[in-house]
Design a protein around this ligand. Structure first.
Ligand code: 40H
Length: 508
């Protein structure tokens, strides 16, 4: 109620302008769904600064590719006569800047239009505010990526009973329906990821390890889960380090020095955000710690380039976990076919293009003089489908299938929306339709949710290693986990000066 009244004040007193309206990618439709994506990394400035200070570099894979994955899914649905045939699905996509509080401000836009008042001046006199999904509001929200973001947004959306389906937030705490009643996800909870990591340590008989985790929901919850699993396996902890919310280079240097002091603990378990993995490796590089550690990292690092580019020597031999996915057919062709001239519906695409190709789209002094900026192309040499693309597309299709079944049940005599279905009852949509949605996705994978609204848990175990005969490195799949770990031991490569994996057993 307090938040609703605050929203009312914002609406009535035109404080809305103080709510960072930000920009949005919009597809107009009869039914609108929201989307939240970390299009920018977190900037170096603290909260309270201007947007462009709070927001950092463009997040090329987990930001821009995921925005385009949602737009791709919307196109597919609107061209599929078997899903919502008489209704055009629309979307309003917003940037979270990888910050929970920024994401909350953006999400107010999804809710603000849900507030119906006859006259703003009346707002203050109303004893209650009718929160309804009036025309133009969102029926549901897809996202966010970071668990901290999804948690904040879920706390807001539940006040208005607006369903939310995340495509990447894996914190185990989000399974708690008493707190996150309208939250579902196409990904599994980190209770399973923690089991997978602990099984990997046991598999190599690594019983004395150090741990590093990020502040915030993902790192803290993930490390809590790992703590439970390691105790079952008698795995002992050497150093245990938490990365604070706004660390500086010195913070990482101190953590690396503490890890080095634990000479018998070569293995370091990371439950960190991608940028923290990146900056920790950078600190390891500063002290040339290339032969010091075997990193065992969660999906925060995953199979991303961000942590390892330029830090290959200290990342060599890392074992990383990524949620198991298949490629979405047609998305690579779609993504490699868009360019800043034609892709006007994505307002962040020009910034992405200039950052990726290090050039300026405006005529004149392009940094990259060899090729006019707009003449660059996306191809298999510079693009790989982001690993969670399937989860993004599945989340959009799950929302659409649920709306389709709801429309069929509530409007039996038409393929269009009907009065009986409007305003959309979010509680009904979530509990009777989304949680019961099951379908085969564009990668021929069965999609469904368990009673907590969680996706199914399967993981790939990856090994970061040099490519024979080249100076390049890549992630190689060396195993997988689906309740049971299966590893191809001979395929696992560790830094040559670390010896083989058996030499890192505990010295007692
Ligand atoms: N699984 C995550 C989470 O926050 O729940 C871990 C991560 C922080 C690095 C982000 C990953 C992603 O966007 O693919 C999410």
């Amino acid at each position: 109620l307090i938040l609703t009244l605050l929203l009312c004040l914002a609406t009535c007193a035109k404080l809305g302008s103080s709510v960072k309206s930000g920009i949005t990618a919009k597809v107009i439709g009869d039914l609108m769904i929201g989307g939240l994506f970390p299009i920018h990394e977190k900037g170096s400035q603290n909260v309270g600064s201007l947007d462009d200070e709070r927001c950092g570099l463009i997040n090329e894979d987990r930001g821009i590719q995921r925005v385009e994955a949602m737009l791709f899914a919307i196109d597919k649905i609107n061209n599929d006569s078997t899903i919502l045939p008489g209704i055009r699905l629309g979307a309003s996509l917003r940037d979270t800047c990888s910050i929970d509080t920024f994401a909350l401000e953006q999400s107010l836009e999804f809710v603000r239009v849900s507030l119906t008042t006859s006259n703003p001046a009346d707002c203050l006199n109303k004893s209650t505010i009718v929160a309804s999904t009036s025309a133009g509001s969102v029926a549901g929200v897809i996202g966010g990526s970071y668990s901290t973001v999804s948690m904040q947004v879920a706390n807001l959306l539940r006040l208005f009973e607006i369903p939310q389906i995340s495509y990447a937030s894996t914190s185990a705490r989000l399974s708690d329906k008493s707190r996150f009643e309208f939250f579902a996800r196409t990904v599994p909870p980190d209770t399973l990821q923690a089991k997978a990591i602990a099984d990997i340590l046991s598999h190599f008989n690594w019983t004395y390890v150090s741990t590093v985790w990020s502040s915030g929901e993902y790192g803290e919850s993930g490390m809590d889960q790992f703590e439970k699993e390691r105790l079952h396996r008698n795995i002992c902890i050497a150093a245990s380090e938490k990365i604070p919310y706004s660390p500086d280079a010195m913070t990482y240097d101190i953590i690396i020095s503490r890890l080095i002091k634990k000479k018998a603990a070569k293995v370091v378990v990371l439950f960190t955000r991608d940028v923290d993995a990146r900056d920790l490796l950078e600190a390891a590089l500063r002290v040339n710690a290339s032969k010091k550690f075997i990193w065992v990292a969660s999906d925060g690092w995953g199979v991303q380039d961000t942590p390892v580019n330029g830090r290959e020597t200290v990342a060599e031999g890392a074992i990383t976990i990524e949620l198991q996915t298949k490629k979405i057919k047609g998305f690579d062709q779609y993504f490699r076919g868009i360019n800043p001239r034609t892709n006007t519906r994505n307002p962040w695409f020009k910034d992405f293009w200039e950052q990726k190709f290090q050039c300026l789209l405006e005529p004149g002094d392009s940094v990259n003089t060899s090729t006019p900026c707009a003449e660059n192309v996306l191809d298999e040499a510079n693009h790989a489908q982001e690993k969670k693309t399937q989860f993004v597309v599945d989340a959009v299709f799950a929302m659409a299938h649920a709306l389709h079944t709801m429309q069929t049940d509530m409007c039996p005599h038409t393929e269009e929306l009907c009065d009986n279905m409007l305003p959309i009852d979010g509680r009904k949509l979530f509990k009777e339709y989304i949680l019961n949605t099951t379908f085969v996705d564009l990668a021929d994978t069965e999609v469904s949710f368990d009673s907590q609204g969680d996706g199914l848990g399967r993981y790939d175990v990856m090994n970061y290693r040099p490519i024979e005969g080249t100076d390049d490195y890549r992630y190689v799949k060396v195993g997988e986990w689906a309740n049971i770990l299966s590893m191809n031991l001979s395929a696992v490569h560790f830094h040559p000066e670390l010896g083989d994996y058996n030499s890192h057993n505990v010295p007692y």
